[in-house]
Design a protein around this ligand. Structure first.
Ligand SMILES: [Zn+2]
Length: 432
């Protein structure tokens, strides 16, 4: 299924075997995101369903452990990889004449489903860019947001809590914001298990995703604190392998809370000092503590610290973020580039971009190359071709170097588009 992803990301996308754990009646079944199934005398409780493309695989996984009917589905949140792969379960319910299960979610999950229906083409477009390196089944088929299994038990408001019993087992559900505003997590006291959904993803939190709506670093830290209070022995993350052992669970929750508090509070401090985004961002990058950088629990394999800075800033700031009135209602960037090319030639810019690239200043080289790429009037120009070629090379290198799956995909996807453009230009010049 997956190309170009490292070992950590293989775990993250669920490429590891299903297993029974705790008292042997709890099952962790990966299906891109994780599903966790609890077997009781009266049936199954299933925390998260898989992404639709992996529904059959997860269904078979569940049925390899137990043939009892599913009595409860719980959606940790309404993302595609946690709330859409229920199909084979419904089919089985119909075939066997079983009762429909309850579906538990937060009220904001319903709003999310409505949003997905309004913006289905848009989400499909941004997700194609975010997951550009995952080929095959993930890319080929689009998940329709119009087919949903509606929640029947809905947690409301910010303080919402819901408890229920199945067989002799008590299940406690709490709402906290973090990756999303609709997240709920599960605590099973008798088994000392927390199912965290994407509040825990075996790496740096996915906070500040470049394409997505606001996420909540401070609330994330609060959620970690609440989970710590449970003294769990098992922590089931939304992605990646089971976290086992009281100390390990505590360590991962506490360093995640610390990192979220750090990003939030340091950005707030700088806002109070009257700093604009550019200054805040670069200062924050410079002070990223080694402790977080080196933590195995905060590996920047999906989200990353740089994204988190944006998330904290966006919580409190509007769209005017440079403080320079030139940027307030700016001219078109290609018009600015055209003017710059009147001052100096494309060749001079290219020469300088090469100099920057050769001295390791890749980012600056990109800015200079954009003057040629955006400002060139005629398409069929060898200097433009060379500029695009160097941009492609730099982007490929940057994508390779970046450990964040999302960052790497965004950069790589742009490189692919440039490659297509280069092919067209080559063809055109060959024909002329
Ligand atoms: Zn997820």
């Amino acid at each position: 299924m997956a190309r170009n992803i490292n070992e950590d990301m293989r775990d993250w996308v669920g490429m590891f075997p299903s297993s029974a754990f705790a008292d042997g009646k709890c099952y962790l079944i990966p299906g891109f995101g994780n599903s966790c199934v609890f077997e009781t005398q009266e049936g199954l409780v299933m925390f998260d369903v898989p992404i639709r493309q992996f529904a059959k695989r997860t269904f078979n996984g569940v049925r390899s452990f137990s043939d009892k009917p599913v009595k409860y589905f719980i959606y940790s949140h309404g993302h595609f990889d946690h709330a859409f792969g229920y199909g084979p379960f419904l089919e089985e319910i119909k075939n066997k004449g079983w009762e429909m299960p309850e579906v538990i979610a937060h009220e904001n999950c319903i709003r999310r489903f409505e949003k997905y229906q309004t913006l289905d083409k848009y989400h499909n477009w941004i997700n194609r860019m975010q997951f550009a390196s995952i080929g095959g089944r993930m890319q080929g088929s689009v998940i329709s947001p119009h087919e949903i299994l509606k929640p029947t038990i809905i947690l409301k408001g910010n303080e919402s809590v819901f408890h229920f019993k199945l067989g002799k087992t008590k299940f406690e559900i709490y709402h906290d914001m973090g990756e999303t505003d609709d997240s709920i997590w599960l605590w099973v006291p008798e088994k000392k298990i927390i199912c965290a959904g994407d509040l825990m993803i075996s790496g740096f939190p996915n906070v500040g995703n470049p394409y997505k709506v606001q996420r909540y670093p401070k609330d994330w830290a609060l959620a970690m604190g609440k989970m710590m209070g449970k003294e769990a022995e098992f922590l089931v993350p939304g992605h990646g392998r089971l976290i086992e052992g009281k100390d390990k669970v505590k360590d991962v929750l506490s360093i995640t809370a610390e990192a979220m508090n750090f990003v939030h509070d340091e950005v707030v401090k700088r806002l109070n000092e009257g700093k604009w985004f550019e200054q805040i961002y670069h200062e924050m990058v410079d002070i990223f503590p080694d402790k977080f950088k080196k933590s195995i629990y905060l590996r920047e394999m999906y989200g990353c610290y740089r994204f988190a800075i944006h998330a904290a800033y966006r919580l409190y700031h509007g769209w005017y973020n440079s403080g320079n009135p030139t940027d307030f209602f700016p001219a078109k960037s290609d018009e600015i580039a055209k003017e710059l090319l009147k001052i100096n030639t494309k060749e001079t810019y290219l020469e300088h971009a090469n100099l920057l690239f050769n001295t390791g200043k890749k980012q600056l080289a990109l800015h200079i190359l954009d003057v040629i790429i955006k400002g060139s009037e005629e398409e069929n120009n060898p200097t433009l071709y060379e500029a695009l070629n160097l941009k492609h090379k730099i982007l490929k290198e940057k994508a390779q170097e970046d450990t964040s799956f999302i960052a790497s995909n965004i950069i790589n996807n742009a490189a692919l588009q440039i490659k297509e453009k280069l092919k067209l230009l080559k063809k055109a010049s060959g024909n002329s």
